[in-house]
Design a protein around this ligand. Structure first.
Ligand code: SF4
Length: 449
């Protein structure tokens, strides 16, 4: 049996990186950088599949699906580099016989904070796609959905998928090389988050059991099984990884940039993820989605069963900092109680507090003006309700009410100075929402002082 091929190509050093990376952190597009990335994309595709005509037939519609997980600027390093979006788009416009090249996605975190039209503009991706000659930028969340069956799904059997994702003849998967606090890494498999709608708990999208569905569903300890199920719906025709500026540490949104200047490509997304993970210092066995996709027969993860062409991955390997999921002890006076939560609330509270850290808040001043905050979630057998007396209490998630210890939280609600409820299972939107809540409390306290 032929081994799947994965290509690894390095760009020359890019002029804009000096400004893009810390300490300046200012995204600047130089035409020569886009040219260099486009040349790397062309080489990576050629090494992986030979002619692009093997992937795209005359007149076909090509959809490029970037990782636009957040409504965040390029300097967040949390979304695909606009230079790569422009280069990949232009590559398909110039070199393939596609009838139409589209760029489309739907960001995460719920409709209140994750609208595609805003995210495409904020990230610079819309401008980049148009500069690259895209025929259309598609805001998935403004498109109709199609109900699909997922007969082999482990976490769901039915799913809603945005119609343009199914209608395209060819889908190009364009993830970014990033560490992820709940999935180890987020690469090609995880980039199918976005093919379905996301909902805030106040909106639709809750099943008969009160659990969230689609993009924000199965975001607990079943998150990696969920992305594999999403991938079953439709495989990518080609995966191209943006590893120009990668992210390590508190990914997917609050990590640190790592200059790699690499482009990877291949038709087997599982193999591409395995090689990308290897370059980041992960064995593919450490990445649950890659592990599961392999055992489910969706692709190859074993490095000695993958033909890597181009740059030797060992020669560019770096040991990326891993993300920490634990929200405990980040600041004095900001206490988190999660004795019996699943990773859905546990990791998402950490992600929310990472966003708070990222905002550059003066926490001593925050504490002096706002006072102490307490986060509670899930079952809390050893939690003393008195601990919340006079404090700001965040009640996170839905399941605390089903635990025999729910009275501990009900008591604490009576004793707290202010209670902020952030329900949902899983409440993925708290990544952005809780940071907004904390910033709002600070602003209000400053006005009072
Ligand atoms: S509400 Fe409970 S089950 Fe749901 S994500 Fe949070 S801790 Fe997990």
């Amino acid at each position: 049996m032929n081994k799947p091929k994965v290509s690894v190509v390095q760009t020359p050093s890019l002029k804009g990186n000096a400004e893009f990376l810390p300490p300046i952190k200012k995204y600047v597009r130089y035409a020569e950088d886009v040219d260099a990335i486009e040349a790397a994309v062309a080489k990576a595709v050629e090494l992986a599949v030979g002619s692009i005509d093997n992937i795209v037939k005359p007149g076909q519609t090509v959809l490029i699906k970037p990782n636009l997980a957040f409504s965040a600027p390029p300097e967040s390093y949390a979304v695909v580099d606009p230079r790569t979006v422009e280069a990949v788009t232009r590559y398909f416009k110039k070199n393939s016989k596609a009838g139409k090249v589209q760029v489309g996605d739907n960001p995460s975190l719920g409709m209140h904070v994750g609208r595609a039209s805003i995210a495409f503009k904020t990230s610079g991706m819309e401008e980049a796609a148009l500069l690259g000659g895209a025929d259309e930028v598609i805001y998935f969340d403004e498109q109709p959905t199609v109900d699909v069956d997922v007969p082999d799904g482990k976490t769901f059997k039915k799913y809603k998928v945005f119609k343009p994702f199914l209608d395209a003849d060819v889908v190009i998967n364009l993830p970014k090389m990033k560490v992820h606090l709940a999935k180890t890494v987020t690469l090609g498999l995880a980039n199918w988050q976005g093919i379905g709608p996301n909902y805030h708990p106040s909106e639709d999208g809750v099943d008969g059991k009160g659990l969230h569905m689609y993009q924000q569903g199965q975001h607990r300890n079943d998150i990696s099984a969920k992305v594999v199920d999403e991938y079953r719906i439709r495989k990518a025709d080609l995966t191209i990884v943006d590893a120009i500026i990668a992210m390590e540490g508190q990914g997917p949104h609050a990590g640190k940039p790592v200059e790699m200047n690499l482009i990877l490509a291949g038709t087997d997304t599982v193999a591409v993820d395995a090689v990308t993970g290897f370059i980041m210092g992960f064995d593919s066995e450490e990445i649950p989605a890659v592990r599961m996709a392999y055992t489910e027969g969706l692709g190859e993860r074993r490095m000695d069963h993958i033909e890597v062409v181009g740059v030797d991955p060992a020669s560019v390997q770096k040991h990326f900092l891993r993300a920490n999921t634990d929200p405990v002890g980040m600041y004095r006076g900001l206490d988190v109680f999660t004795q019996q939560t699943c990773p859905g609330c546990f990791a998402n509270i950490r992600g929310a507090l990472d966003s708070f850290v990222l905002s550059g808040i003066d926490f001593d001043d925050f504490r002096a003006k706002v006072g102490d905050c307490v986060f509670v979630s899930g079952g809390l057998p050893d939690f003393e309700p008195e601990f919340a007396r006079g404090k700001i209490l965040f009640v996170i998630g839905d399941c605390w009410e089903y635990f025999p210890t729910a009275d501990n939280i009900r008591q604490s609600i009576k004793l707290a100075r202010e209670v902020i409820y952030r329900p949902g299972c899983a409440p993925v939107y708290i990544f952005a929402q809780v940071n907004g809540d904390l910033q709002g409390l600070y602003k209000k306290a400053q006005e009072v002082v």
